[in-house]
Design a protein around this ligand. Structure first.
Ligand SMILES: *Cc1c(COP(=O)(O)O)cnc(C)c1O
Length: 417
């Protein structure tokens, strides 16, 4: 059976490897160099002119980063990718390559904290208006789209609202208006769900989370399906890129226009660490997701727990959409739950012994946080509530430890709260 026929769980380890170029090393080497040397002026000129492939300078491209780009692109079923210094850098690169002052974006309102601030505070300042709509309310999306809408943006699983929109329906809506759908697939990973198969056009990730899996490096990626055609009337800026690169026009524009000039590049060590983590993505996700279901069920039966937010529970308003979209494979591994009061949440966090209390998710370790008093502290009370954050909410990133130990830890911490 040929390489191109390998299943996901095999490709995640062996896909897009080039050991023959690496002195037979089995791990991609860390090309820790700012620059690459050339013998002749002719050669460097050809690489700059794009007539010849080659590496020039780390902010432009790096061989270690390129291995991660090819691997992630393969796993998502995309055409090509650009890795970035963080998930936020990926979102910035992905959207600035499409929008200019006067344009509009329609986005689900269930957003990662920094994405929300980027849209509301930064993009608006530069004349790009972001309209936020209820992620799972298709009619609200349809009502918000105008002729000026240059893209639709959504998270596969909203954090921390735990809502799951239908990517296929949003892709149809976007395409009916000649606009691309950009999906932040961080919480699902391509193991659980591949947005391109549902019609999305561009995928972004914070690789910091499940793709890395060990909390060892911050990073991001923009992946292009190569399918959106960027009609000229609506996207005049794409003309040159289309002439030069055909269906790679978008990723070339991301790279050439934004990535290089904003300096959003990834350190090669971080790509190396993410590649090591990626080897076990399939195994980790399987355990993350089966643990999450068991923890959600435990919490939903616990007398001290008022409510649980997890798309895997039949009580979730997103359960039916999530079950169909993820084909029963799982529901991710992030969940939220409510206690009596903010005080009870603080007590719970002080009393957990196994779980780490920190601001991150997708680590193989179980993590807990009280978003209201931490990540969202600078938000107005109104926008915290609009983001699904309430004072009684604890967020859990369920790890891959023995699930009995996670449950016992939570049980003793709840008793003490
Ligand atoms: C963490 C996260 C980001 C931002 O990624 P960084 O690597 O922290 O910059 C974006 N989207 C989602 C859904 C995230 O969880």
């Amino acid at each position: 059976m040929g390489k191109d026929r390998w299943r996901f769980d095999t490709q995640v380890i062996h896909g897009a490897q080039a050991p023959d170029q690496w002195q037979s090393a089995t791990q991609a080497p860390i090309y820790q160099t700012a620059s690459h040397r050339f013998d002749t002026a002719e050669e460097l000129s050809d690489v700059f002119a794009g007539k010849k492939a080659g590496f020039i300078y780390q902010r432009l491209r790096n061989p270690t980063n390129q291995v991660l780009e090819k691997r992630l692109s393969l796993l998502e079923g995309g055409l090509d990718a650009v890795v970035t210094g963080s998930g936020m850098a990926a979102i910035t690169d992905a959207l600035l390559a499409i929008c200019r002052a006067g344009d509009e974006i329609v986005s689900g309102n269930s957003l990662f904290m920094s994405t929300f601030l980027l849209f509301n505070n930064v993009f608006r300042k530069f004349g790009v208006d972001v309209k936020l709509v209820e992620s799972a309310d298709l009619a609200a999306w349809a009502a918000a789209v105008t002729k000026k809408t240059k893209l639709l943006f959504v998270e596969t699983i909203g954090n921390p609202k735990m809502d799951v929109p239908s990517i296929a329906k949003l892709a149809d809506l976007a395409h009916a208006h000649d606009a691309p759908l950009v999906v932040d697939n961080t919480l699902a990973t391509p193991y659980l769900f591949r947005p391109f198969e549902a019609g999305a056009d561009i995928v972004v990730h914070s690789t910091t989370k499940y793709l890395n899996g060990h909390g060892s490096a911050v990073g991001g990626v923009v992946i292009d399906s190569g399918r959106f055609t960027w009609p000229e009337g609506k996207y005049p800026d794409f003309k040159l890129f289309k002439e030069r690169k055909g269906n790679l026009a978008y990723i070339d524009k991301v790279w050439r226009e934004i990535h290089i000039n904003f300096g959003t590049s990834q350190a090669p060590l971080h790509s190396y660490l993410t590649l090591i983590g990626l080897d076990t993505l399939a195994l980790r996700m399987e355990r993350h997701m089966s643990n999450a279901i068991k923890v959600a069920e435990f919490l939903s039966r616990h007398p001290k727990v008022k409510w649980v937010g997890f798309p895997g529970l039949p009580s979730s308003p997103s359960h039916a959409t999530a079950r169909a979209q993820f084909q029963g494979k799982g529901y991710g591994a992030l969940l939220t739950f409510g206690l009596e009061s903010e005080r009870a949440c603080f007590d719970f966090i002080r009393n957990v012994k196994l779980a780490y209390h920190l601001a991150n998710l997708g680590d193989c370790k179980t993590l807990v946080i009280h978003p209201w008093s931490s990540q969202y502290i600078s938000f107005t009370e109104e926008s915290r509530r609009a983001n699904g954050i309430t004072p009684d909410l604890v967020r859990v990133s369920v790890g891959i430890e023995a699930v009995e130990d996670i449950i016992e830890d939570f049980d003793q911490a709840l008793k003490a709260s």
